[in-house]
Design a protein around this ligand. Structure first.
Ligand SMILES: Nc1ncnc2c1ncn2[C@@H]1O[C@H](COP(=O)(O)OP(=O)(O)OP(=O)(O)O)[C@@H](O)[C@H]1O
Ligand SMILES: [Mg+2]
Length: 625
């Protein structure tokens, strides 16, 4: 069956997603889902891209190009290793590599390729970007703007009401883009003039941090001579260290950097508050740009239903905080803000191209976006655990360390390493439980985590997910959870505050498993619940088959009907989820509760039980819509 391919050639990272009969999904571009947007020119003149380029480039930084998307349209060619390249040629090398890789993975070339570019680019840059697919041998590729793609993805995740107005705020690695969209029958409409700041993104925050470290170390970094190979390697390592530190500060209040200067290592503590001060003026520029976009559409902030955040830099906590303060509107961050653009581009690839195409740079105001299929999943999770050590490593070793950490985190639990052995551990769930693929009963949570499943909460504070440690409380603005303790009959206690959307879920972070055998033996999701306060607004229970594959049922009335303060056992047939679109072949999130209102419940003994769909008291799927 044919498929369409969406590619987000970002300034710092490249991502790809495919859309076909079975839906839209990310395609990992190797070990990782996204690859760095870097190109390495070998002595023979060949161009390496992505991880391969980064690994060799760490030893030989003068032959490595990064951030060249920002240079598109610049008449001065980039000279790498003595050879001149246009930025378009380097982007074309990246594009070609991604298409070749995905073609090999999918077993056939894509029927349609959709690329994305910043909305703020004018005709000149758009013309240069049009060269990229041509140079890559893909003359039929379509191009949509990044916020259009992001909005397309969001509108698939959540059905937007007719006439609903949303702003897309995309803060990536190199550019900031913002656009206002109105949902209407048959598609979405861009209102006003998309705005942005061409050279504003995570790379600038990296530079701000490098400059701060330099000042703190009395100019030891600026004293390095980039022409000297040893100094060049040290500079590349320090830069990578600062990128990691910056990302670390999104979850940690402070980080200790070990700065690898040629004269020896220097240690420095950087706090999130210090970092916030460094980037605040830049974030203010973004909110000013969004104010202008709103005004250009003849609107006021109050007219917006929400501001949708995209781009990796929107994971910096200061960003949603300042956007929320500046506009007073609900701010939504997808779980993987980096994936949003690629997933949206893939969705666009399944729609007919608008004909004739607008000339490059035509203001897209009033242009309808493609009609979209009905909304499906809430923002959700498929990630490796976010263990955040208080140390950082020199970047020369970063590639190796990233791999080691990836492997290690695949086998480690998150703060409950001691506990799972008694309950099965990561390696082997205890007999006689099944493993979730053999058709036998299995438990994903009893009164605490049951390895390898993890309990996680997500909300706008951190859609990427906060893991519940062993016996620890996890708290966001919208949801707080206290895990059950030994002897605590009611299990985990979850309280949604009503201050925004929040979700609690149990996931095998190592990936999906095939539950096909459970589709033929009347299996049901079974759990014990003690409701203290029933939800008053839409509440869903979902099962996920690797984001964005998911299925959900409506559970407000289910929870509302349970007696308050008394334990009840709930049984929801697996068929309710498969009917709602669950692909049973790759289930990784076995139970997820989501609501935007206040809700107070204790949950225990979450399990999948063959035969339970036929037991008295099992829910009927028709009651869960
Ligand atoms: N947890 C995090 N905290 C802070 N910054 C982050 C985090 N995760 C990713 N980033 C930053 O996000 C940026 C990458 O975002 P993204 O991949 O959306 O940008 P891009 O598509 O490459 O760039 P652009 O859209 O500007 O062309 C990088 O600067 C990266 O360091
Ligand atoms: Mg981007």
């Amino acid at each position: 069956m044919g498929y369409g391919l969406g590619i987000d050639l970002g300034t710092t990272f490249t991502a790809a997603a495919v859309a076909g009969e079975s839906g839209t999904r990310m395609v990992p571009l190797g070990q990782d889902v996204v690859v760095p947007s870097v190109v390495y020119s070998t002595v023979e003149g060949a161009l390496l891209t992505g991880v391969a380029a980064e690994v060799v480039g760490a030893k030989d930084p003068v032959r490595l190009s990064r951030g060249h998307k920002r240079r598109l349209g610049d008449p001065t060619p980039l000279v790498i290793g003595g050879v001149a390249y246009s930025p378009a040629a380097l982007l074309a090398a990246q594009l070609r590599e991604v298409v070749t890789y995905v073609t090999a993975q999918e077993g056939a070339p894509p029927e349609q390729v959709v690329l994305t570019c910043p909305a703020v680019w004018g005709p000149y840059r758009r013309e240069h970007f049009d060269e990229v697919p041509r140079l890559a041998g893909l003359p039929g590729a379509r191009i949509v703007t990044e916020p259009e793609a992001a909005a397309t993805h969001y509108s698939m995740e959540r059905r937007l009401g007719e006439g609903e107005l949303v702003a897309v705020y995309d803060l990536g690695g190199g550019t900031f883009d913002t656009t206002i969209l109105r949902a209407r029958a048959g598609g979405m409409e861009i209102l006003g003039t998309p705005e942005g700041v061409e050279r504003l993104g995570g790379m600038d925050f990296d530079e701000a941090l490098v400059a701060h470290v330099d000042r703190s170390l009395d100019g030891a970094i600026s004293a390095l001579d980039p022409g000297d190979p040893d100094s060049a390697r040290a500079l590349a390592a320090i830069r990578a260290l600062c990128v990691r530190a910056k990302e670390e500060l999104s979850t940690e209040p402070d980080v200790t950097l070990r700065v690898p200067l040629p004269a020896g290592e220097r240690e420095l503590l950087v706090t999130r508050l210090e970092f916030n001060e460094m980037i605040k003026p830049s974030v203010e520029l973004t909110t000013e740009a969004l104010h202008r976009t709103i005004a250009s559409a003849g609107l006021r902030p109050d007219d917006l239903a929400a501001v949708l955040l995209a781009g990796g830099s929107s994971r910096i906590p200061l960003v949603p905080q300042m956007v929320s303060e500046a506009f007073g509107r609900p701010v939504r961050v997808g779980l993987h803000p980096k994936y949003t653009v690629a997933l949206g581009a893939a969705a666009v690839s399944r729609t007919p191209a608008a004909a004739p195409p607008a000339p490059p740079g035509t203001p897209p105001s009033g242009e309808p976006l493609p009609q979209l299929p009905p909304a499906a999943p809430e923002p959700v999770a498929a990630r490796t655990p976010a263990r955040r050590p208080k140390w950082l490593v020199p970047a020369a070793a970063a590639a190796v360390v990233v791999l080691v950490v990836a492997l290690a985190t695949a086998f480690l639990t998150t703060g409950d390493e001691d506990a799972p052995a008694a309950r099965g551990g990561d390696a082997a769930p205890a007999a006689p439980l099944g493993d979730g693929s053999d058709g036998k009963e299995f438990t994903v949570f009893d009164k605490a985590d049951v390895g390898p499943f993890k309990s996680i909460i997500g909300s706008a504070d951190n859609w990427a997910g906060t893991f519940l440690g062993d016996g620890e409380t996890a708290k966001h603005t919208a949801i707080g959870v206290t895990p059950g303790k030994v002897g605590d009959e009611n299990g985990l206690h979850a309280v949604w505050s009503g201050k925004g959307a929040g979700q609690l879920y149990f996931q095998d972070t190592r990936g999906g498993r095939d539950m096909t055998r459970y589709t033929t033996n009347d299996t049901a999701l079974v759990f014990d619940a003690v409701v203290t306060k029933a939800p008053a607004v839409r509440t869903t229970i979902a099962v996920h088959c690797e984001y964005p594959c998911a299925a959900q049922v409506e559970a407000k009335s289910l929870f509302s009907k349970l007696p308050v303060g008394k334990k009840s056992t709930v049984r929801i047939p697996l068929s309710c989820f498969t009917d709602a679109g669950l692909d049973p072949k790759k289930v990784n999130t076995f139970f997820l509760v989501y609501t935007e209102g206040a809700f107070d419940v204790s949950l225990a003994n979450v399990r999948w039980v063959p035969g339970a769909a036929k037991e008295a008291g099992a829910s009927r799927c028709g009651d869960l819509t």
